[in-house]
Ligand binder design. Structure first.
Ligand code: HEM
Length: 119
């Protein structure tokens, strides 16, 4: 069970890498637009994250930090709303504002920071 949990964590990290990597390509040298693949990264990170939120495959006596997990879920929902509405704007031929674009990168980095620093 512990190995399976590590595999789900691996999938969670792939989702994060896809989301943040796609954003970074756009931020540094790209057109600063959202890419559809960011939604897939978000979906992968979200589903794997929810699976990790349940208390299974943990070492004896360990308990998930539900306040931390809840905070990450809220941040993920905000990222999803920003990326979703941004992609819809782009489809209509409109540009996304720099604030929305940078916020998505900052919030994604924030969630990774919360994951590794908050114990
Ligand atoms: C953009 C969104 C997210 C990012 C960038 C992210 C990032 C990360 C990273 C880097 C880790 C590895 C931490 C470690 O093993 O020390 C991790 C672990 C984890 N994530 Fe996420 N995550 C996101 C969303 C979520 C969501 C929505 C949930 C649950 C609702 C979640 C639940 C967890 C859990 C339970 C772990 C493993 C235990 C822990 O270290 O807290 N994550 N996440």
């Amino acid at each position: 069970m512990e190995t399976l949990r590590h595999i789900v964590l691996f999938v969670h990290l792939i989702g994060f890498a896809v989301l943040f990597g796609a954003w970074a390509v756009q931020a540094f040298g790209g057109k600063r637009q959202f890419a559809t693949i960011m939604e897939y990264g978000l979906l992968i990170a979200g589903i794997a994250g929810l699976a990790l939120a349940a208390p299974w495959g943990l070492p004896e006596g360990a308990e998930p930090n539900y306040i931390k997990i809840g905070t990450k879920l809220v941040v993920l929902v905000v990222i999803g709303a920003l990326v979703g509405s941004g992609l819809a704007r782009q489809k209509r031929g409109e540009k996304i504002t720099p604030a929305v674009f940078w916020l998505v990168g900052i919030l994604t980095a924030l969630n990774a920071g919360i994951a590794v620093i908050w114990r």
